[in-house]
Design a protein around this ligand. Structure first.
Ligand code: FRU
Length: 490
């Protein structure tokens, strides 16, 4: 279907009840609705927004176009949870109906201030000639959950030297001051991040650009995030326009981090190492982090990418968020592990310890459509070894380790309904290790694979048939010792 401008920018309150009802019926008929991931009731979800803890609950908002699987008029949708596992849909948080957000309440973040939760976001607008003009705006949520927008933007001007691609404020507090970084594009069409400061979340001062060694690294940096961990500064962002390089940067757009000294907000000079992708899979973008009351840095990302058609589109919805992951630093590298609360999802358990020799093996009780699985491979003599998930007559999703190349390989060539094939169907990354551990979460239409306690992560959508529930372990040219445990998740 080709969407007209009128359809893309149609407000939810302009849609008839019948239209919405028909859309929800179509969505609920979809064989690929997820069981334990945040997904939209109808329409399209993209970036996580406003990830925070406030009044005893986690709040995770997301970009939402309600009326179909396209990037139309974006709302903020609100979900909340007491445990990071069970999420409750709390309804629309921000409606894009004002002069300063007429063409979308775009991405942003949240912070507690004066007993309220302040949501800072980008109001996207277009004039009659379709020229974009972004505003940075505030909406305030009170303790009873009521959200009220401020009646005018807090940043109305794009600073000189930058284009209209100026969005996605991420706010934090240091001492008595608030800081926000905003994704931007310089007039020469290169991407960067701008720093603002404020004493009160309302009056914002432009401090300048954050200086990095990445003066030429793509044409736009979306969804920046900055935080400190173990006395290091970490800048996460999603750059657009990075060409593929060997195994890296294979997706349409990237998201990753640079790690360095704590940011000196006065100098704005960020001394850092090289850019590393956060996730090695096919579907991961625009992640956002929050600091939880236990001092953990927790990240969630959009399990999808812009400008790609997904198989659920025909059912009137698209995308979900990743599971929340705890971020830590190991050897100057970010490591991501599923938050421990996810153990609550564990149902029936089955374990096995065996040797896999020259071939593939099914193991009694190891199958399923949705589950958590940990497989540890040791004493490997085989050239390669790994497992196949969601196996059916003609389907399988392969995750394996190649000894000769020392690479982890995710192969979704035969995962099910094909899509995005022009970006390839295999993803790889280098990893030197004696033991290989795959910690996998399989939902109806996704896999999240944490390698060696979060050293690398592969996140991907897959669209297999419901009956493709097989699991096979394999070794090629040699043997490997396997220890595996699986929990059903229902
Ligand atoms: C990233 C992004 C953001 C923007 C939002 C709009 O996916 O393009 O830069 O704020 O999505 O939905």
């Amino acid at each position: 279907m080709n969407w007209t401008k009128e359809q893309r920018y149609k407000r939810l309150d302009e849609a008839g009840e019948k239209e919405i009802q028909e859309l929800s019926i179509r969505v609920n008929e979809c064989p690929w609705r997820q069981k334990f991931h945040i997904q939209p009731v109808t329409g399209l979800l993209n970036d996580p927004n406003g990830f925070s803890f406030y009044e005893g609950e986690y709040h995770l908002f997301y970009q939402w176009f309600p009326l179909g699987p396209i990037h139309g008029l974006k709302y903020w949708y609100h979900t909340k949870s007491k445990d990071l596992v069970h999420w409750e849909n709390a309804g629309i948080a921000i409606e894009p109906h004002d002069y300063f957000d007429s063409h979308g309440a775009y991405s942003g973040s949240a912070i507690e201030h004066n007993g309220n939760l302040y949501l800072m976001y980008t109001g996207n607008t277009r004039d009659e000639n379709w020229v974009r003009n972004p505003y940075q705006c505030i909406a305030i949520m009170n303790p009873s959950g009521k959200i009220t927008k401020m009646n005018k933007p807090v940043i109305s001007k794009i600073p000189t030297g930058y284009t209209e691609h100026f969005r996605d404020p991420k706010v934090w507090k240091s001492g008595e001051s608030f800081y926000a970084i905003i994704g931007a594009q310089r007039s020469d069409e290169t991407g960067c991040v701008l720093l603002y400061s404020s004493p009160n979340m309302i009056d914002w001062k432009f401090e300048g650009e954050i200086m990095t060694d990445m003066r030429h690294f793509g044409y736009m940096w979306e969804c920046p995030d900055y935080f400190e961990l173990n006395n290091k500064g970490i800048l996460i962002f999603s750059p657009q326009g990075i060409p593929p390089k060997e195994d890296e940067f294979q997706n349409i757009y990237q998201s990753g981090y640079i790690i360095g000294d704590n940011l000196d907000v006065a100098e704005r000079n960020f001394v850092h190492g090289s850019f590393t992708e956060l996730d090695r899979g096919f579907d991961f973008y625009a992640p956002q982090t929050m600091l939880d009351p236990n001092g953990r840095r927790i990240l969630s990302g959009w399990m999808g990418l812009p400008e790609i058609d997904y198989p659920t589109d025909q059912y009137g919805w698209a995308h979900c968020l990743t599971l929340p992951r705890e971020v830590t630093i190991r050897d100057n590298k970010l490591v991501q592990t599923p938050v421990c609360e996810l153990k609550k999802l564990r149902g029936e358990e089955i374990t096995v310890e065996t040797i896999i020799t020259n071939g593939s093996q099914e193991i009694d009780g190891f199958h399923g459509e949705t589950y958590e699985l940990i497989a540890e491979f040791t004493e490997a003599e085989a050239d390669e070894f790994g497992m196949e998930l969601r196996v059916g007559e003609q389907e399988k999703t392969i995750i394996k380790y190649e000894n000769a190349t020392k690479k982890i390989v995710l192969d979704r060539t035969f995962s099910g309904q094909p899509f995005a094939e022009k970006f390839g169907t295999i993803r790889k990354c280098h990893l030197e290790a004696e033991k290989i551990k795959f910690h996998v979460f399989v939902d109806v239409s996704s896999v999240e694979i944490f390698i060696n306690d979060g050293e690398e992560v592969f996140t991907s959508r897959i669209f297999p048939k419901k009956e493709s529930t097989g699991i096979r372990f394999f070794a090629k040219d040699g043997q490997v010792h396997l220890n595996a445990v699986k929990w059903a998740v229902s």
